[in-house]
Design a protein around this ligand. Structure first.
Ligand code: ATP
Ligand code: MG
Length: 419
């Protein structure tokens, strides 16, 4: 019979790897919460229009990468390619944006129809924050500092921050014109997408991954030549705060991000360990999105961490602590209840210990061998003679030849010493 396979590019995690996913996600969420960000839960399906209007019709995400389908009633719906638009849509709908500044976070899968490769899949996991109603650059500073703290606590290596300012709407208009004037004579040398974008959305060309286009862009006009005073001030202030806080950064004048809605600051955290898909966290300010979505004129800033890529760059680092595991083995079926009791006692004593008990006698040697292979840390073995005396065999499976005969209390004390 035909066996089913996962759909290409979808996200599926082996049970042996899932612990690192949830452990890292939990650590990140704890940090979001410690900065008083509150979780908002959002749907995975939205109306396609929401993304046309927010992410932008001429972006790769909307143009080529959306999973779009028709509902039974004929409406065009899409799996969310990102969360920023949904989060603001929901906040406007719930009235959150009328109630003063707010800090929100959410996490979950996003969907983009891209060519699957290392660090790029069609279903991927993001953890994101958004803050509404904060005009001044302190919120950008907070977000950069918070993300820096997350990556430092996770002991990420070889990573760095790139920043750029996209200036105001006016700046973007003037710069777009200058860029178009520069690129027009070179049109035929550009990649096909960029040629199309010359007329529709010229700024997007800066985001092209094509190397010839990138080379041509090296001599193009720079957005910084078109900043107004306010944007210059904001960008200067941000940089001096980062210097004061000893957060290293570099300015990348071609950083525009793949979405249309940004103004002023945009930033990306990149890792040298990731190859060409090297950005694992990205964000910026997007003050016009709320109005574009029919809401009030409210300023907004946010960033997203791509968990898949973050984990790639953490994988070589084994310092993360995971749940310890213990197995309870009985040598006689008549000891079923005794095994159950000690398992329950240990579970109640140690919230961070996974206790496995199968309730059936089995071959001790092969059982222990399997437990070691599966990464168990401890084993408790119950034999009828010992149980009568209130004693159990305790093995630390991470050490060779380590078997002790201990009482229940002694076992608990010994485990405490290890975890
Ligand atoms: P890229 O230029 O790599 O396509 P992007 O600008 O499209 O990235 P964003 O929309 O800013 O990405 O998403 C934020 C983060 O989400 C990215 O930095 C990345 O870590 C992650 N991400 C985006 N697309 C994918 C994908 N297809 N697979 C895995 N992670 C992704
Ligand atoms: Mg992309």
């Amino acid at each position: 019979m035909k066996k089913f396979q996962k759909i290409r590019g979808m996200h599926q995690v082996d049970p042996n790897d899932s612990e690192i996913w949830s452990t890292i996600a939990k650590k990140i969420i704890q940090i979001f919460e410690s900065y008083s960000y509150k979780e908002i839960r959002l749907p995975i399906i939205e109306s396609t229009d929401l993304f046309l209007r927010s992410v932008g019709e001429e972006t790769d995400i909307v143009n080529k990468e959306m999973f779009t389908f028709e509902s039974k009633s004929g409406k065009s719906l899409s799996l969310r390619p990102e969360g920023t638009a949904s989060c603001l849509r929901a906040s406007i709908e719930m009235g959150l944006t009328d109630m003063g500044p707010s800090r929100l976070f959410y996490h979950g899968p996003m969907y983009r129809y891209e060519r699957p490769q290392k660090g790029r899949s069609r279903e991927f996991y993001q953890l994101s924050v958004e803050a509404y109603g904060f005009d001044n650059i302190n919120i950008e500073v907070e977000m950069i500092e918070m993300s820096f703290k997350i990556f430092s606590l996770l002991k990420l290596r070889n990573f760095g921050l790139e920043i750029n300012s996209l200036g105001s709407d006016e700046t973007q208009k003037k710069f777009s014109k200058a860029l178009k004037d520069y690129l027009y004579p070179l049109k035929l040398e550009l990649d096909e997408d960029s040629q199309n974008r010359l007329n529709s959305n010229v700024l997007r060309i800066l985001d092209s991954k094509n190397s010839t286009t990138q080379d041509i862009l090296k001599n193009a006009p720079k957005i910084s030549d078109f900043y107004d005073n306010e944007s210059v001030n904001r960008f200067d202030q941000l940089q001096s705060k980062l210097v004061e806080m000893k957060i290293p950064f570099s300015i990348n004048k071609n950083l525009v991000r793949g979405l249309d809605y940004y103004n002023d600051l945009v930033f990306e955290w990149k890792s040298d360990e990731l190859g060409s898909q090297n950005t694992f966290c990205a964000g910026g300010r997007y003050d016009s999105l709320s109005k574009n979505l029919g809401g009030r004129n409210i300023s907004a800033t946010g960033f997203s961490i791509g968990l898949d890529r973050l984990l790639f760059s953490l994988n070589k680092n084994k310092e993360h602590k995971f749940k310890k595991r213990l197995i309870v083995i009985i040598l006689e079926n008549s000891l079923f209840l005794e095994g159950m009791k000690i398992s329950e006692k240990i579970r109640n004593e140690f919230k961070n210990l996974a206790v496995r008990y199968d309730g059936q006698k089995s071959n001790l040697k092969s059982q222990l061998k399997k437990a070691v292979k599966e990464g168990y840390d401890f084993a408790i073995i119950l034999g009828s003679q010992e149980v009568k005396k209130g004693i159990f065999s305790f093995k630390n499976l991470k050490l060779a030849d380590n078997q002790l005969s201990l009482s229940e209390e002694e076992i608990i004390k010994t485990i405490k010493d290890y975890i």
